[in-house]
Design a protein around this ligand. Structure first.
Ligand code: C2E
Ligand code: CA
Ligand code: CA
Ligand code: CA
Length: 279
């Protein structure tokens, strides 16, 4: 048993070193990848089932490494966040997404909004609003076509500062959505104090919504609350017709997920938009 204990200890310390090394490498490569723009923005459609129309596209960044291929944001966004590299990267994503969606509008594709994820570090950067103004001006995208996806965790950190920033964004006509709703802060008070337009029900509740009574109850409660607060509500991670049916029957009409489409690169989205032009 002693022997085993020691081995375990060695295993953990090696593992920790390896993780530190990996993280260091990843940070170094991430910095290079940002300089060399080894990223692409993928877009995932959002549908309104009531009007049967495509209403939005969520921008999701992809790191395309020349050797390793595609690296998942789940792996590098946390590192980007910790190191502060999320600021240049986030600015690049925002600019790319606004420019691309404006280009689609100008080419006569359906006028959809674009949702861009904003991490905590970005939300707290002092020049966030100025940066957004600059990007909207540069790309020509009207502010009402931009939606920012924010998460509960950092909005609550300093409610007064949050309210000030959200008010600045709101007067411009930018839409504000709470991402991963239900996984974070437990007080819901902020929903009536912050100028939020939409909540996105986290996919962890949707996954088993037709099998788990608990998840069904949570999803129903979120939809009901959104309705009484007059907020839009969208479900993410919708993969099956059964989930879709459940959500519709409970009054949630906006959806995003593999059932409709996966996140796609620009040329695939162009085809998708063309196919869905007349719906
Ligand atoms: P998220 O914002 O919650 O994005 C939704 C994630 O769920 C995406 O993963 C999407 O591909 C995936 N997804 C969509 N529909 C389905 C479905 O039906 N089933 C399942 N199983 N998954 C689905 P992705 O693209 O790997 O992104 C992971 C996370 O990385 C995002 O979660 C977001 O937190 C972060 N992220 C991605 N792009 C950006 C970005 O540009 N900026 C920031 N700050 N974070 C980003
Ligand atoms: Ca999101
Ligand atoms: Ca989400
Ligand atoms: Ca998520």
């Amino acid at each position: 048993a002693k022997e085993k204990g020691r081995n375990n200890f060695q295993f953990f310390s090696e593992e920790m070193n390896r993780n530190a090394y990996d993280r260091h490498m990843l940070e170094h490569r991430l910095r290079e990848a940002i300089e060399q723009e080894h990223f692409q923005v993928y877009y995932q459609p959002q549908w309104d089932m009531q009007t049967r129309s495509l209403i939005g596209l969520e921008a999701l960044v992809r790191w395309i490494d020349p050797e390793e291929g595609m690296i998942s944001p789940a792996r590098f966004i946390p590192v980007a966040e910790e190191t502060g590299l999320i600021r240049p990267l986030g600015e690049w994503v925002l600019r790319s997404a606004c420019a691309q969606v404006q280009a689609w509008h100008e080419e006569g594709y359906p006028q959809v909004r674009v949702g861009v994820n904003i991490s905590g570090r970005q939300f707290r950067q002092p020049d966030l609003v100025a940066m957004i103004d600059r990007i909207l001006a540069e790309t020509g995208l009207p502010a009402e076509f931009l939606e920012l996806e924010l998460t509960e965790s950092y909005l609550m950190e300093d409610a007064e500062a949050t309210n000030r920033i959200l008010a600045f964004l709101k007067v411009r006509g930018i839409d504000l959505a709470i991402d991963d709703f239900g996984t974070g802060y437990s007080s819901l008070n902020y929903l009536k104090n912050f100028p939020i337009d939409r909540i996105k029900i986290d996919q962890s509740f949707i996954r088993d919504v037709t099998g788990s009574r608990d998840d069904a109850a949570i999803v129903e409660a979120i939809i009901g609350m959104a309705q009484s607060l007059e907020l839009d509500v969208i479900a993410e991670g919708v993969e099956t017709a059964e989930q879709l049916k459940f959500l519709q029957s409970r009054g949630c009409q906006e959806m995003q997920g593999y059932f409709f489409a996966r996140p796609m690169p620009v040329d695939e989205v162009s085809r998708y938009l063309a196919e869905n032009r007349d719906r």
